[in-house]
Design a protein around this ligand. Structure first.
Ligand code: GCW
Length: 722
């Protein structure tokens, strides 16, 4: 727990005392707070920068100035009013008279990069004549520069530093909350939430006290997130009204997030004109419907002038949509886009559209194909302010999936890639599963092979024909993820799941960051206080536990990319046939001879044909298909030999035994931190590791037993199978 210091002032966004400080404990500001600094510039976000530094200075004895209001009285050198030299200058440029060091850095910046290069959110960091200088051309850049300094700590003030220019790869770095206002009878306050209640809503109303939301905004700004949608994409009756008579709630949340550069977005129901407006139809081509959206949107902007836009789940899992009126998803998205466009807002239109009432006997329908089948024919028909939000895999956030072929299929559409930080299918924040290595693989994947743009580049705005790498943000849709935060004192239920939230923001800012480097950043910040003498040990233990934890999770759960062997409904723990005869389109087809889904063009659903070369052929052939996706694309006999040299059945046994051993080792490693870190964190993680060992054992035994009974093939090593 933190010992928060609140000096008052306009920004009051430190978490309450009983809430964990996550990656911003006061100690993370030690280097900043003990320096003499000057902040030049005006505006809400610049005030936030000043307040952050002032708060740190109260604690660590530094000082912070603002330029003298009369330009002729400003110190032209790098000295504070008290006559001592500044250690740090953060300045918006061009901003009148700058101290010498900042002015010198500004000259180099202009010469080397050209004015305007930093843009809306970028910043430049340099060290000149023993002064650390951060320059930005817009207030948000200064804010991100501040948090970069926090990450660097003392090293920001080292003797020399080369000049660094930082700009986000993605313009939109957004979290979706699946939070309900009313407690849903099945899904609860937060759908797929594993961290308690919602920080926004409680029992049918907005929370009176939004301090926690402000503290959340601060954490998000510190890892680079700049947009949040505040309600579930499944929009129920009460939540629909956020668009109209409950708009005040949205405005109140926006007010609290604004000082951290975070825009608020809203999930809306496609049927809003009927549900809220009393119209007889929500047909997007009906003039009255268009007018209704235009009016409703105008009122939204009167309350929230910097409102980000709408998120829409339409014709998906029971949500209403344009299909109900015989219209296309482009018709549907464009009517909302037209309403938002005068104000600069965007529509995030989700591509997660599939038949959720499939007959399991029907082998002609393949859920993996659905998004591509529905959306690719519409490429080029969406307005410029429509962002098609595509789940990174073709199914649904399973532990291993190929990259969705939609990402390669719509060069004429702005695409956002959607990740799931909340661990619905990856252990529900009871299991340690550091997801950055996986996201990094997805973002670095080349849908057209190694020479074309990566998934990250597509999300940033590149399309086929562009080079593999892309520097700054283009006009792509960016990165979106489902948040894992709730009102739990540790924010994310499992304290180590905070690393996933942090890593999402960092990868959205720079997808090329190494997951291990991001983990190190998170460790240094988060454990700065609890382990002043033991940080090295904390780092070693956490790396040993977390670095490979996604692959460990993969080892003891569904094998070789097959997916959906989870318990239906809550999606926790094993139930191998739980979804086998259901309507959800999620089957593994295990029988006595083999397992897997034939998605080839030759004999299966032809899903492989949705990929461009080389992947359409790599996946098509059982010889070239990567082992980890084999059962996603092929139905193979248990004796099929993998590239690894093992048979499918022996691989299943081996990985499941190994996975549990690794979890047991994680549990042992964790004990090394007893007495080294905060006891509250230690106890919570220990309790969850006990559950992880139990659940992993259950996975191992059910999966191994199931496949032993199906195949009759014994384990080559004679280990115990039930
Ligand atoms: O993974 C599924 C979840 C649903 C969710 C849906 C979606 C919000 O099980 O709970 O609904 O995805 O992404 O819309």
């Amino acid at each position: 727990m933190i010992d928060a210091l609140d000096p008052g002032g306009p920004v009051n966004s430190v978490p309450p005392n009983d809430v964990h400080a996550a990656w911003l404990p006061p100690e993370a500001f030690r280097a900043l707070g003990s320096r003499r600094s000057l902040v030049c510039g005006e505006g809400t976000l610049v005030d936030t920068v000043r307040d952050e530094i002032a708060r740190a200075c109260v604690r660590y004895g530094g000082s912070t100035d603002r330029p003298h209001p009369r330009p002729d009285r400003r110190p032209a050198d790098d000295r504070s009013a008290a006559g001592t030299a500044y250690d740090l200058v953060l300045a918006l440029v061009p901003a009148g008279l700058l101290p010498i060091a900042a002015a010198a850095v500004d000259v180099v910046y202009r010469r080397r990069y050209g004015a305007g290069t930093l843009g809306e959110e970028g910043f430049l960091l340099a060290r000149h004549t023993e002064v650390t200088v951060v320059l930005a051309e817009a207030p948000a850049g200064l804010l991100y520069g501040l948090f970069h300094l926090v990450r660097l700590g003392e090293s920001a003030f080292g003797l020399t530093r080369p000049m660094e220019l930082h700009r986000p790869a993605m313009r939109l770095r957004m979290l979706n909350h699946w939070d309900n206002i009313d407690v849903h009878p099945v899904m609860g306050q937060v759908e797929r939430g594993y961290a308690g209640g919602s920080i926004f809503w409680q029992d049918g109303a907005r929370r009176e006290d939004l301090t926690r939301v402000g503290a959340y905004g601060r954490l998000l700004a510190a890892c680079g997130v700049n947009a949040v949608s505040v309600n579930n994409v499944n929009v129920h009756a009460t939540e629909a009204r956020l668009l109209t008579d409950r708009l005040g709630d949205v405005a109140a949340i926006a007010d609290v997030l604004r000082p951290y550069g975070i825009r608020v977005h809203l999930s809306v129901s496609f049927a809003a004109p009927v549900m809220l407006g009393g119209l007889s139809s929500a047909d997007p081509l009906d003039e009255a419907v268009r007018e209704w959206w235009a009016d409703a949107t105008k009122r939204v902007y009167e309350s929230v002038p910097d409102f980000g836009g709408y998120v829409v789940k339409a014709d998906s899992e029971g949500q209403p949509g344009p299909f109900g009126y015989g219209r296309s998803h482009a018709d549907g998205a464009n009517v909302l886009a037209d309403a938002l466009s005068p104000y600069g807002g965007v529509v995030h239109w989700r591509a997660f559209v599939y038949n959720h009432r499939q007959d399991w006997r029907d082998r002609s329908t393949d859920r993996a194909r659905a998004a591509h089948d529905h959306f690719v024919p519409l490429d080029g028909q969406f307005r410029d302010n429509v962002i098609l939000q595509v789940k990174h895999g073709p199914m649904d956030f399973q532990t291993r999936e190929p990259v969705s072929p939609v990402i390669a299929g719509m060069p004429g559409t702005r695409l956002a890639v959607e990740l799931q930080v909340t661990q619905e299918y990856t252990g529900q924040q009871r299991h340690i599963c550091y997801l950055a290595p996986w996201w990094s693989e997805v973002l670095g994947f080349g849908p057209w092979g190694d020479d074309g743009p990566t998934v990250a580049a597509v999300a940033a705005g590149a399309s086929v024909g562009d080079a593999a790498e892309r520097g700054a943000a283009g006009d792509g849709g960016g990165l979106v993820a489902v948040s894992n935060v709730g009102d739990d004192p540790f924010w994310t239920g499992h304290p180590l799941a905070q690393a996933n939230l942090y890593a999402f923001g960092r990868l959205a800012w720079d997808p090329r960051l190494a997951p291990t480097a991001v983990l190190d950043e998170w460790i240094e910040l988060t454990f700065a206080a609890s382990a002043p003498n033991g940080l090295g040990l904390v780092r070693r233990v956490l790396r040993a536990i977390m670095d490979d934890s996604w692959r460990t999770y993969e080892r003891y759960t569904a094998p070789l990319g097959v997916g959906f062997m989870v318990h239906p409904g809550d999606h926790y723990g094993p139930d191998v046939d739980g979804y086998e005869y259901s309507r959800w389109g999620t089957y593994h087809f295990a029988d006595r001879d083999g397992v897997g889904v034939d998605r080839t063009r030759a004999s299966g659903t032809a899903f492989t044909g949705q990929f461009p070369p080389p992947w359409r052929d790599v996946y098509e052939s059982v010889e070239s298909c990567p082992d980890e996706l084999l059962l996603f694309f092929h139905h193979v006999p248990y004796g099929h030999v993998l590239h690894s040299g093992s048979t499918v059945i022996q691989h299943i046994y081996d990985t499941h035994f190994a996975g549990v051993e690794q979890v047991v080792a994680m549990r042992q490693q964790w004990e090394r931190l007893a007495g080294v870190i905060d006891p509250g964190v230690h106890a919570r993680v220990r309790e969850r590791l006990d559950e992880q060992v139990r659940c992993a054992t259950e996975w191992r035994d059910q999966i191994n037993t199931y496949f032993f009974r199906k195949s009759g093939v014994p384990d080559a090593h004679g280990r115990r199978i039930h």
